[in-house]
Design a protein around this ligand. Structure first.
Ligand SMILES: Nc1ncnc2c1ncn2[C@@H]1O[C@H](COP(=O)(O)OP(=O)(O)OP(=O)(O)O)[C@@H](O)[C@H]1O
Ligand SMILES: [Mg+2]
Length: 641
């Protein structure tokens, strides 16, 4: 059920917010991006340097803190498994030397290599258990971390302002939630512990190399410095390229999301091929970039492989000479070679780990870009500022637009409202906004709800500047039936209850009845429990409008905005619903936006909007009598068709 899951979600997030580690992270964030003008641009050239590796590592470390016991426990198994692995070459050397000695000096052979092998097999079994435990613990920790990152990312996305969503592709956000956060998981668990294992094993085998033959050890380590240098260069390039790869994947997700969202339009225009090509191009672009990254990684892997094995061969040649000169026993050389092989293997795997971690860093950077973004209109999920709520128990609200000027941030140079837009609406008044398409009627509703910040002027509700109030308190006072009502996946009941999650079943049913939802839901086998489909696609336009009206009726706020709320209804339903709305909104402030001018007759006041400015105000009779008046012209145009 929708409300329950929302509640659960809130609980999770709030428990997360109590976590001190996380608040430390948040604090760090604030100073980083306070002047975030750009929304987020994963392709911007400076993006790569926006969050440095050490910063990202710090952040990842913070995020992994709740799982530190599991990660430490899994890392501690390394002590057992690595020691056992490191014992093997030494024992092999010992077995070889003792066997050679016994074979050449005594006839009565007591030495049993088989017993030693059996003993070691027991130890290997223990190591196997250690590997099992490690793998399991890492899996649990990794999944917990990725789930935590996703929740934080989602909560951060949810609290962003409307303009952010105007400018950000949905697919890009989904990709960050799904792909990028998943990428981080491996960096923080498997790769981190794999890397630690590589380091422990490399240190262990190097120490044993020095223990066995310091001279030979020096020779075998000759390949390390060039590999290290190359790793630094490659790592930097990889991170940059991988960030590009991730944004290409995001483009592909976005293309798919757009296509599925508008599948009916695609089919109606027979544009499947066009959509296919759009998607295919993005996938091919991502593929090419992946190959580019793969090439770099492959070249690095190849060089590391040659360097690692080259050092083994160097040991073989130089060590063989030492054995010939009697400076080293055959057993020691064989142990040495095995340690060299171990070291070579570990350096190779460390290089793999390193490149994977660099790739994850790129993904982490994309995730933190959003987690760190400070919304321009702050409305945190659980931190409502209720100390300043001037609307407690008010029935209706007065509205004052005072010299307002506004353009949408995506088109900052196109004024939509104003300049100097002023309008007074008394508490309890019923005002109709009319005007041509694109004149700014819906925008007025969005500004009132503070979905966007004003460029100039103020909006006062009951004398209070809305920019000084918590946006959630402002929105609590307003019920909007928007022009294109959007329903969510779930039942009709779920969608109505969205207006007031704690409403009782009876209240939901009553709202459904008043908004004439029951008129159609009663004919469906599951009644109000009927599923509406993704975005409400299984309902007709007029049915969706009725559910949206019921949702607002249930919310029953002091200020109601009806934006073409009944435009898709037949005249009879419209009449009945308008009657119900009238009863419900009695004493409330109502702003109704309507194209059908016949429906605005009963409004206390009509304001005519043209290019974001009010050109006429008055009641129906006053305006209709104005010869050459805008309203009269609109009505005449509508009557003459
Ligand atoms: N999110 C947005 N970003 C940029 N411009 C926008 C956005 N939404 C609307 N606009 C522009 O703002 C102007 C006013 O739009 P608005 O939706 O307020 O018009 P309206 O009067 O409600 O029109 P209609 O009667 O067609 O619903 C239009 O020119 C529109 O293109
Ligand atoms: Mg509109």
């Amino acid at each position: 059920m929708l409300p329950t899951s929302l509640l659960q979600y809130n609980i999770n997030v709030s428990s997360q917010r109590q976590n001190s580690n996380i608040s430390v992270v948040k604090e760090n964030i604030s100073s980083e991006s306070s002047d975030d003008k750009s929304i987020i641009n994963s392709n911007s050239p400076h993006d790569d340097t926006s969050t440095s590796n050490s910063e990202i590592l710090n952040r990842l470390y913070e995020l992994s803190q709740p799982e530190r016991k599991l990660i430490l426990a899994s890392a501690s198994t390394l002590a057992v498994t690595s020691s056992i692995t490191l014992i093997l070459p030494w024992t092999c050397g010992y077995v070889l030397d003792t066997a050679i000695l016994e074979a050449t000096t005594t006839s009565d052979q007591q030495f049993s290599p088989f017993t030693i092998a059996l003993g070691l097999f027991g130890l290997t079994g223990t190591a196997g258990l250690g590997v099992y435990a490690r793998s399991l613990m890492l899996n649990i920790a990794g999944n917990r971390i990725v789930s935590r990152i996703r929740r934080r990312l989602f909560s951060s996305i949810l609290t962003q302002e409307s303009a952010f969503f105007d400018q950000t592709k949905t697919g890009d956000l989904i990709s960050r939630l799904a792909n990028d956060s998943y990428f981080i998981k491996s960096a923080m668990t498997t790769e981190a512990v794999g890397g630690l294992r590589g380091i422990v094993m490399s240190i262990g085998s190097t120490s044993l190399l020095f223990y066995t033959s310091p001279k030979l050890a020096m020779v075998s380590l000759l390949s390390i410095p060039p590999v290290f240098l190359m790793a630094r260069v490659v790592g930097r390039k990889l991170k940059k390229k991988q960030k590009n790869v991730q944004s290409s994947h995001a483009e592909a997700t976005d293309a798919a999301e757009e296509t599925f969202g508008g599948i009916k339009t695609v089919q109606l225009f027979n544009n499947q091929e066009l959509e296919y090509n759009k998607y295919a191009n993005t996938v091919i672009k991502a593929h090419d970039k992946e190959i580019d990254v793969g090439r770099l990684k492959a070249a690095f892997d190849g060089v590391v492989h040659v360097a690692a094995n080259g050092s083994v061969l160097l040991v073989m040649g130089f060590g063989g000479t030492l054995v010939l000169g009697g400076e080293l026993s055959a057993g020691d050389l064989s142990s040495f070679l095995m340690y060299s092989l171990l070291m070579a293997g570990n350096i190779s795997s460390l290089s793999g780990t390193y490149t994977e971690i660099q790739k994850s860093m790129a993904a982490a950077g994309r995730v933190f870009d959003i987690i760190d973004r400070i919304p321009k209109i702050s409305s945190p999920l659980n931190e409502k500022d209720t100390t300043n709520n001037p609307f407690e128990h008010v029935e209706s609200i007065s509205i004052k637009f005072d010299n307002v000027g506004f353009s949408y941030p995506t088109r900052a140079n196109v004024p939509v409202i104003g300049p100097n837009f002023s309008l007074d609406i008394k508490a309890g008044e019923n005002i109709a906004l009319v005007g041509g398409s694109g004149s700014g009627k819906s925008t007025i509703g969005l500004l009132l709800s503070r979905l966007y910040n004003l460029d100039e002027g103020q909006i006062l509700l009951n004398g209070q500047d809305i920019s000084e109030l918590d946006p959630s308190i402002v929105r609590e006072q307003i019920g909007v039936v928007s022009q294109e009502p959007l329903l969510f996946y779930g039942s009709i009941t779920d969608n109505i209850r969205y207006g007031r999650p704690n409403a009782t079943d009876e209240e939901v049913e009553e709202a459904a009845r008043k908004a004439h939802v029951t008129n159609f839901s009663d004919t469906l086998p599951e009644g109000l429990e009927t599923q509406v489909g993704s975005r409400g696609t299984q309902l007709s336009g007029g049915q969706k409008q009725r559910v949206a009206i019921a949702r607002v009726m249930l919310k029953d706020p002091p200020l109601v905005i009806l934006d073409e709320a009944t435009s898709a209804l037949d005249a009879r339903s419209e009449y009945h619903i308008n009657q119900a709305l009238k009863t419900m909104t009695a004493g409330r402030t109502v702003i109704s936006i309507a194209h059908r001018l016949s429906t605005v007759k009963e409004a206390d006041k009509i304001a005519v909007l043209k290019s974001g400015k009010i050109v006429e105000q008055g009641n129906f009779d006053e305006l209709i009598e104005k010869k050459d008046g805008s309203f009269r012209r609109l009505v005449e145009q509508q009557l003459t068709g």
